[in-house]
Design a protein around this ligand. Structure first.
Ligand SMILES: Nc1ncnc2c1ncn2[C@@H]1O[C@H](COP(=O)(O)OP(=O)(O)O)[C@@H](O)[C@H]1O
Ligand SMILES: [Mg+2]
Length: 309
C-alpha cells in the first residue's frame, strides 16, 4: 500500500464561541484520488478544509500532508496544498496573468511563464490573461482562483464548494476541469452539498453531518452496498388498499391505486422479486407492466441522514 498523501487523525474543532464544529475526524486520502466531502450546509466542511490548510487552528488532532506535520512543518506542508476557497476573493483591479504569477511567488518559487501559460490555457483563461478580474464572470473568477491555487504546482488541490452558485451548464464545465486536473496527477479533495456533484466526480465519498464524518466509502461500493432497487408494477385494475397477503413495509400502493412499488436490497434481488410475483399471483393482482430502478446517491444520502437523525 502506498502511504496516504494526507492523513487526518482525531481532529476536532471548537470555535471561540464554544460551538463544536468537528468531532474526532479520522480520514486518509490516497494519492491521485478525487475525494468528495459531502454534507449539508453547516456540517463542518469548510471548517475541516480551513483547519487542514492552516487558515484556522484545530482544537485537537494531527494532520500530515505529504509526510509533513501541518503545524510543526507548516511551510513544507502548506507548499503541498493549493486551496480554492469557498468565498470568491480576488483583487478586483489585478490582471489575470499578474495575479496568478504573483501567487506562485508567494511560495518562493521562481517565475515560470511557460507553466503559467499552460495553467491558464488548461483553464480556458489564456484569452483573458490581460483582463482585470472585476471584468470576469463568476465562473471565470473561480477558474482564476484555481489557476492561483495551482501556480506553485501543489500535488494536492482543495476545492471548497467549487460550483456553489454556478449554474448547471457551467458546473459541467467545472467538472471537466477537475477531471483534467486529476488526469494530470493532482489529488483532489472537494466539498459539496450537491449530491449529484459527488456522484459525478468522486472516487470516494465522505459524508459529514453535524461535525461528524458518518461514512467514508468508495463511491461504487457505496452505491451498491447501500443501494436499494425499486420494482414498480402498473396494475391492470386499481386497488383501494393492499390485500392482507401483500401487507409488507417494503410494498406501497400509489394514491390512485394503480401502481405498486416494491423496494428491496440489490443483494437479495432475484429471490425477492420471485417471491413478490408469486404473492401477487396468489392474491389475484394482475399487472400490465413492470420496471426496476436503482437508487441514486441522492436516495442513499437522504436515507443516511434520516437513519442518523
Ligand atoms: N468563526 C466561527 N465561529 C463560530 N462558529 C462558526 C464559525 N465558522 C463556522 N461556524 C459554525 O460551524 C459550523 C460548521 O460551519 P462550516 O464549516 O462553514 O460548514 P459547511 O462548510 O459544511 O457549510 C456551522 O454551524 C457554523 O455556523
Ligand atoms: Mg462551507
Amino acid at each position: 500500500m502506498n502511504s496516504p498523501i494526507l492523513s487526518i487523525r482525531n481532529v476536532s474543532k471548537v470555535y471561540a464561541s464554544g460551538h463544536q464544529a468537528l468531532y474526532d475526524i479520522n480520514l486518509e486520502i490516497q494519492r491521485g484520488e478525487i475525494f468528495a466531502l459531502l454534507g449539508p450546509n453547516g456540517a463542518g466542511k469548510t471548517t475541516l478544509i480551513n483547519g487542514i490548510c492552516g487558515l484556522i487552528n484545530l482544537t485537537h488532532g494531527q494532520v500530515t500532508i505529504n509526510g509533513f506535520d501541518h503545524v510543526r512543518h507548516y511551510r513544507q506542508a502548506r507548499a503541498c496544498i493549493g486551496l480554492v476557497p469557498q468565498e470568491l476573493t480576488a483583487e478586483a483591479f489585478e490582471k489575470v496573468w499578474n495575479t496568478v504569477s504573483y501567487s506562485r511567488g508567494l511560495f518562493g518559487k521562481r517565475p515560470d511563464p511557460a507553466l503559467i501559460e499552460k495553467i491558464l490555457k488548461s483553464l480556458s483563461l489564456w484569452d483573458k490573461r490581460h483582463s482585470r478580474l472585476l471584468t470576469l464572470s463568476g465562473g471565470m473568477k473561480r477558474r482564476v482562483l484555481i489557476a492561483k491555487a495551482l501556480s506553485h504546482e501543489p500535488p494536492i488541490l482543495f476545492l471548497d464548494e467549487p460550483t456553489a452558485g454556478v449554474d448547471v451548464e457551467l458546473r459541467k464545465g467545472m467538472w471537466d476541469v477537475i477531471r483534467e486536473l486529476k488526469n494530470n496527477g493532482v489529488t483532489i479533495i472537494l466539498t459539496t452539498h450537491y449530491i449529484e456533484e459527488a456522484e459525478e466526480m468522486a472516487d470516494r465519498i465522505g459524508i459529514i453531518r453535524q461535525g461528524r464524518l458518518i461514512l467514508v466509502e468508495d463511491k461504487l461500493t457505496l452505491m451498491q452496498s447501500l443501494g436499494k432497487k425499486e420494482l414498480a408494477l402498473e396494475l391492470q385494475r386499481p386497488l383501494h388498499a393492499l390485500p392482507a397477503a401483500l401487507q409488507d413495509p417494503h410494498i406501497s400502493l400509489s394514491a390512485d391505486g394503480r401502481r405498486l412499488v416494491y423496494t428491496y436490497d440489490s443483494q437479495t434481488g432475484q429471490t425477492a422479486i420471485a417471491s413478490l410475483l408469486s404473492r401477487l399471483y396468489e392474491a389475484g393482482v394482475v399487472y400490465t407492466d413492470l420496471q426496476t430502478r436503482q437508487s441514486s446517491l441522492e436516495d442513499i444520502f437522504v436515507d443516511l441522514i434520516k437513519e442518523d437523525a
